[in-house]
Design a protein around this ligand. Structure first.
Ligand code: SF4
Length: 284
């Protein structure tokens, strides 16, 4: 079960995205997947390169459209484990509409957001996750907008699995990805992933000082949505661990009527190449 390939990542040395790549590879192996059983779909941004760095099916999509592609892949072949991945700009700015609707749709996809609180690929602009007052070339006087809270939005949208981690905590991150893959429904895993080149505020040390690990609360109940929302707000969104899980709600695939479990390509109603050409000719 080898999820490494020969492609050398061109992320900056020290970028948090390296650990997320390693965590996905470890989690996939730990849950017993084979490379041909996994599809990694990514968006645009430094994080978007990840689909080319894992030995599995990959699709490097377009900005903000990770989730429509991932959901299409899953519906076309539900035998595949589908991991979608992108940055905070990709998922929480241009792609936010898709994120909210994918959450409430509850298709069986694991969505890993590499949250560095800045746009890295385009050389450092303020993102929806940047703090108020954050100065970059796009907000030289400091951002006057509030920071978007993806965990609160996910819970409000009816999420069945909400987790958060830190790229330096490989053990926790790997475990959460494993749990996300096993979860029957949509799983959101937001991962603090420092951009060492452009974000000089939210550094590794900053995250270490500000993160609140759920391990500190042994009585915490991740099945209680109200408790989860309160804890997120109490900790200013810096909570890490499995924050909320609802195993009682069925996934989208399980609710569709007449949906065959076999991949579309294996179903016998597929049209032949001749029939396809005939169909195309009708539209010429
Ligand atoms: Fe990582 Fe930032 Fe470099 Fe992009 S610019 S590879 S996010 S460190």
């Amino acid at each position: 079960k080898e999820f490494r390939n020969n492609v050398k990542p061109n992320w900056c040395p020290g970028c948090g995205d390296f650990s997320i790549q390693a965590a996905i590879q470890r989690a996939a192996a730990n849950v017993g997947l084979e490379p041909e059983g996994l599809a990694v779909i990514s968006g645009i941004g430094c994080s978007g390169r990840i689909s080319g760095y894992i030995n599995a099916y990959g699709f490097h999509g377009i900005h903000g459209r990770v989730l429509p592609i991932a959901q299409g892949v899953k519906l076309a072949n539900r035998e595949l484990t589908v991991i979608a991945s992108g940055g905070d700009g990709d998922g929480f700015a241009i792609g936010m509409g898709h994120t909210v609707h994918a959450i409430r749709r509850n298709l069986n996809v694991t969505y890993i957001v590499m949250d560095n609180q800045i746009y890295g690929l385009t050389k450092g602009q303020t993102s929806p996750r940047s703090a108020e007052g954050f100065k970059t070339k796009s907000t030289p006087e400091g951002s006057i907008e509030t920071t978007l809270s993806p965990l609160e939005i996910a819970l409000a949208a009816g999420a069945t699995f909400v987790a958060q981690s830190f790229s330096s905590d490989l053990k926790q991150l790997t475990s959460l990805i494993e749990q996300g893959i096993k979860h029957e429904g949509f799983s959101l895993i937001n991962v603090f992933s420092p951009c060492v080149t452009f974000n000089k505020i939210n550094t590794y040390d900053w995250f270490k000082e500000n993160i609140v690990n759920l391990e500190q609360f042994p009585d915490y109940d991740p099945t209680n949505r109200v408790v989860a929302m309160n804890k997120i707000m109490e900790t200013n969104g810096m909570l890490t661990g499995l924050i909320y899980q609802n195993t009682t709600r069925k996934s989208y695939e399980d609710l569709i009527t007449g949906f065959k479990p076999e991949a579309l390509a294996k179903q016998d109603h597929m049209i032949t190449p001749d029939e396809f050409q005939k169909l195309v000719a009708e539209f010429k």
